[in-house]
Write a new protein. Sequence first.
Lengths: 114, 111
Amino acid sequence: DTGVSQDPRHKITKRGQNVTFRCDPISEHNRLYWYRQTLGQGPEFLTYFQNEAQLEKSRLLSDRFSAERPKGSFSTLEIQRTEQGDSAMYLCASSRTNTKNIQYFGAGTRLSVL
Amino acid sequence: GENVGLHLPTLSVQEGDNSIINCAYSNSASDYFIWYKQESGKGPQFIIDIRSNMDKRQGQRVTVLLNKTVKHLSLQIAATQPGDSAVYFCAEINTGNQFYFGTGTSLTVIP
């Protein structure tokens, strides 16, 4: 257990529905990252927060995706109008600002869009 | 994204032997190169990293080598154990603080 928790672990939804995932990072970590991972591939960076500020967003992140970290602690990732191509594992990670190279990952939320 | 790729998708080694996992990268401006291990059903776990101004770094049973001339990174695991069986990813951090992961190499340790 890395100390980063994600909820839910699994989510099955129908195409067109909205889904929201939650990540609770290690409490003293300023930075929080979201990634998407498909089978056999490495994680793809989506976005990251420094405290409550969203500082970087990948061009992979379509307008249907939005992430928040309102109080600089937990974060949510919402996908609106889900598509089958959104099916993947969504990983959250956290790190200290001065050790950004060492990210601690949660176990992920596996999304299946039917 | 950045081009971080691995030479071999699978690797099988005998327990007790040394393992070498290779990775090629394309972005010379990356600050750090990192190796992660991912076991089935879990998120990636940090193993070791190396700054771009270093050639070699050693950890417990693991060594990372960085060859900037040919843009090549390797992870050496000494005395490989069954618990080392996992998928190994190399990753790099660019100046924009984005991580780029390679495809991964699946390591299987044969008892």
